[in-house]
Every structure is written in structure tokens, then in C-alpha cells.
Design a protein. Structure first.
Ligand code: BTN
Length: 325
């Protein structure tokens, strides 16, 4: 695990204009030796950042890049006192917060790269350097675990709200239980891990992955996916996106803590891409097919099965289908 190195950020900020900069003048501007500049460039290249190096001209970024900066995120927050940690590389931001000492306040942790990013159901979450959002938030609740059933749904709604702030037509949807999609392609996922404490309290680790500036090349993801840059056609500043995400997440979590999932049911129905659709639900080794009739008070998926019976499911993986006849 490595905290984000300031030299890396400074070099990227110098190269952000896309022009060539020579090592000596970069070193003079940043008060670094030429060899320290070279080492930092090399490190960025090792992380997969495309930097051209031409003798006599210097270095230039071949694709746009801006790294995460705590100051940039914090200055755009509605509650700027929150603890924010940014890592250059980490196994998993969720695992980091799990091993973190207990704490009363909210902590948000970001990484530029995860070496063992975790998805739901034991899957891997593809986490290349500098492209996307990998964020985990430790959030204390004065509630028992049993009352936090709808948390992943609320989190998905906060993500949809954040992503829709980049579009004019509210084009992002939730897909039960915790995917966010655009035209059927996944753009974000949530992995929530809850730990119980004494006296009915608990704290949640809310892990969020959003595909932001990832484009088509060399991406190893097994299912249809997209990214915010692919949707909007623009390079996205992840600092601004992170601040918008935290602001929405904090207000959704506070409302959830006070009023529960019921107060979000209409918003869920509006953003949901599965309601009325015939889907297959994979849970454990079983698969059931049915028509989606929304969610119940616990956030469980309501499915009308082929025999007409309505059933609520608390977990599983969903995919749109036709009735098997
Ligand atoms: C899924 O859709 O399967 C859930 C993906 C969750 C990915 C995020 S990225 C930040 C946090 N750290 C992890 O290791 N996983 C979550």
C-alpha cells in the first residue's frame, strides 16, 4: 500500500497541457533533480500511463490525465472536515478500511490503482491506474445490521444522481441489487461490507467502483461495460466527480439513516431498468425466471414467477431474459 506521491501529481500537472517538457526545466520548476524527474516519469510509465519521451524535446502525455488530489476534492465538498485518504496503489480500498482502527467519523479512501480490487460474489474488479474511481467509505450507523438491508440500493441511487449530473437526459439506471448501467452496459458497482459493533451500532464499508476515463483498449472485463468518458465524449476530471459523489452519498446516507429505504422507493422505481422486464435471477446454484415487480420495504427484489406466485429475493445476480417456454 502506497500513499499517493506528491512528485507524481506535480509531474502530471506539468504535463497536463500535452506539450513536450524537458527534464531539466521540469526539475527546475518542481525543485527536483533531473534523475528524480526521470524516475517519476518511469514510474508513471510502469503504471501504464502513456508518456512519450523524445531526445532533445523531453516528455509529453499522449492521453489526457489528471491525478486525484485531496485538496481539489476537499474544496468542493459540502462537509469539508471529512477524512480523505488517497493511495497510489493498494490491494483493495474496502480491505484497507476493514483493517482500519475503529473511528467515530466518516472516512473516505480513494486509490489510483487496486491490485486486488474486489467485486461482488468473489469476482475481481478491474482497477487500472489513473482511469477510474475506486473509493471506499467507512460510515458509522446507530443501527443494527438488520436495518441496513437497503444500503446498497441507496448507494446505487447516489451514484446514479452523481452520473446524471454529467448528462442532460438522466440516462443512467439502477439494476438490482447494486449495478449502475447505461443502455444495458455496466458503468458502476457497489460492494458493501458491514461490521457489527456493540449496543446495536454498526459501521458499513461502502465500496464504489465507477468506470470513468477507461476506453476500449486492453480492458479485461467479462461483461458489457461502458465509462463516463465513453458516454459523454469528454475526459472527466475525477476530482470533481469524487467530490460530487461524496456530496450525494453523504446526503443519501443521512436521509437513509433517518427515514429508511421507504423514502427512496419512488426514486428507485424511476431509475430502475428492470421493472416489468422478464429476468433470470441466479442465486447460489439456482436460477429462477420471472417478471420484476419492483422492490419491497427491505429492498428485496419482487419477482412474479412463471406460475404467477410473487416471491421476494434478498440476493442474486440478474440478467434480462425471455420466458423459457
Ligand atoms: C461489483 O459490481 O461487483 C462491485 C464492485 C465494487 C468495486 C469497488 S472499487 C472500490 C472498492 N474496493 C474494492 O475492492 N471493491 C470496491
Amino acid at each position: 500500500m502506497k500513499k499517493l506521491n506528491g512528485n507524481l501529481v506535480n509531474i502530471v500537472n506539468l504535463l497536463r497541457d500535452g506539450q513536450y517538457h524537458d527534464g531539466t526545466s521540469m526539475g527546475a520548476t518542481l525543485q527536483m533533480t533531473r534523475s528524480a524527474v526521470w524516475k517519476t516519469i518511469k514510474k508513471l510509465q510502469d503504471y501504464g500511463v502513456q508518456i512519450d519521451s523524445v531526445k532533445g524535446k523531453g516528455y509529453a502525455l499522449l492521453t489526457p490525465l489528471r491525478l486525484l488530489e485531496r485538496r481539489e476534492i476537499t474544496r468542493q465538498l459540502s462537509h469539508p472536515n471529512m477524512e480523505i485518504n488517497i493511495f497510489e496503489s493498494i490491494a483493495s480500498t474496502n480491505d484497507y478500511l476493514k483493517s482500519h482502527k475503529k473511528c467515530k467519523g466518516v472516512i473516505c479512501c480513494f486509490a489510483e490503482q487496486q491490485t486486488h480490487g474486489k467485486g461482488r460474489l468473489g469476482r475481481e474488479w478491474y482497477s487500472p491506474f489513473g482511469k477510474n474511481i475506486y473509493m471506499s467509505c467507512l460510515y458509522p450507523f446507530q443501527k443494527d445490521i438488520s436495518e441496513l438491508a437497503g444500503l446498497s440500493l441507496i448507494t446505487s441511487l447516489a451514484i446514479v444522481r452523481t452520473l446524471n449530473s454529467y448528462s442532460s437526459d438522466d440516462c443512467f439506471s439502477v439494476k438490482w441489487p447494486n449495478d449502475v448501467t447505461y443502455q444495458g452496459k455496466k458503468i458502476s458497482g457497489t460492494l458493501i461490507e458491514i461490521q457489527a459493533e456493540s449496543h446495536g451500532a454498526s459501521h458499513a464499508i461502502i465500496g464504489i467502483g465507477i468506470n470513468v476515463n477507461m476506453l476500449g483498449d486492453n480492458v479485461s472485463i467479462a461483461q458489457p461495460w461502458t465509462s463516463l468518458q465513453l458516454v459523454t465524449g469528454k475526459y472527466i476530471d475525477r476530482n470533481e466527480l469524487s467530490a460530487r459523489l461524496i456530496n450525494h452519498l453523504m446526503s443519501y446516507l443521512a436521509a437513509f439513516a433517518s427515514y429508511g429505504l421507504v423514502s427512496f422507493k419512488d426514486e428507485w422505481m424511476k431509475a430502475d431498468c428492470l421493472t416489468s422486464k422478464v429476468i433470470a435471477l441466479q442465486h447460489g446454484n439456482n436460477e429462477v425466471v420471472g417478471q420484476v415487480a419492483g422492490i419491497n420495504e427491505q429492498g428485496h427484489l419482487l419477482l412474479q414467477l412463471e406460475n404467477g406466485v410473487m416471491h421476494a429475493f434478498s440476493s442474486g445476480d440478474t440478467s434480462v431474459r425471455k420466458w423459457a417456454r
